[in-house]
Design a protein around this ligand. Structure first.
Ligand SMILES: Nc1ncnc2c1ncn2[C@@H]1O[C@H](COP(=O)(O)OP(=O)(O)OP(=O)(O)O)[C@@H](O)[C@H]1O
Length: 223
């Protein structure tokens, strides 16, 4: 479970002082699929980045499976992220000059996982990318790139998948395909949190949380 208590984030730089998250309280259960919506600048990415251990809180706690990540020093945070969290970016964040296969294998190589070939091929098959396996990323469509990014995110078998606008760069058809893949990953038991501007994406999630000016203004069960 993710238990967020009084989470506040203030960005400060000289005279600049922006309260991006203002006393957020939120619980997300294991196995939920949640979308976070809200206008530009409402704090969606800031919230996701703190859950992902990419950024620090100014105040409050984020407790993931009984681990208070807000109390962790940088190294411990990075290890916690590696072991527990996968992140999917709007712009895929893939290595453009490497093949699909190499991109998916990379986290397995870094973490010295055994049976890398079998695992990588099975992930590529799952994402319907076997035919593309030796193609370089810069030869793929946006939807294919995002499927490679999802395969890579699944490589280490983490239970928490975070996605920041995963369909933001895709046309409607590819966006739907990627959303359906995230839904099926959730059905396999993983917790999925998606930041999105797209109502269609949000409507495929179990719960829609709306932010405005760094506060939760709505938290709706989507049945
Ligand atoms: N690194 C930073 N330094 C200073 N201010 C920041 C930083 N990151 C975000 N902000 C500010 O915090 C507020 C929340 O930003 P955030 O990116 O979380 O919003 P968002 O809801 O994800 O927006 P969008 O939909 O445009 O991506 C904004 O006013 C933004 O300008």
């Amino acid at each position: 479970m993710i238990d967020i208590k009084g989470l506040t984030k203030v960005f400060k730089d000289g005279d600049y002082n922006k309260v991006a998250l203002d006393d957020i309280n939120l619980k997300i259960n294991d196995g939920e699929m949640v979308s976070i919506m809200g206008p530009s600048g409402s704090g969606k990415s800031t919230l996701l980045n703190i859950i992902a251990c990419f950024d620090d809180a100014s105040k409050g706690k984020v407790i993931i499976n009984n681990n208070d990540i807000t109390s962790f020093k940088r190294n411990k945070k990075e290890k916690f992220r590696r072991d527990n969290i996968s992140f999917i970016f709007q712009d895929y964040a893939l290595l453009e000059n490497f093949t699909c296969y190499e991109n998916v294998e990379l986290p397995l190589l870094i973490n010295k996982v055994r049976s890398r070939k079998t695992k990588t091929l099975s992930l590529l098959e799952k994402m319907n990318l076997l035919e593309e396996k030796n193609k370089k990323i810069n030869k793929l469509s946006g939807g294919q790139r995002q499927r490679v990014a999802i395969a890579r995110a699944l490589a280490l078998d983490t239970n928490l998948i975070l996605a920041d606008e995963p369909t933001g760069a895709l046309d409607q058809k590819m966006g739907e395909e990627v959303t359906d893949i995230l839904r099926s990953i959730n059905k396999e038991g993983k917790t999925v949190i998606i930041v999105t501007h797209d109502e269609k994406v949000a409507n495929k999630t179990d719960r829609i949380i709306k932010l405005m000016d760094g506060k939760i203004i709505d938290d709706i069960k989507n049945v």
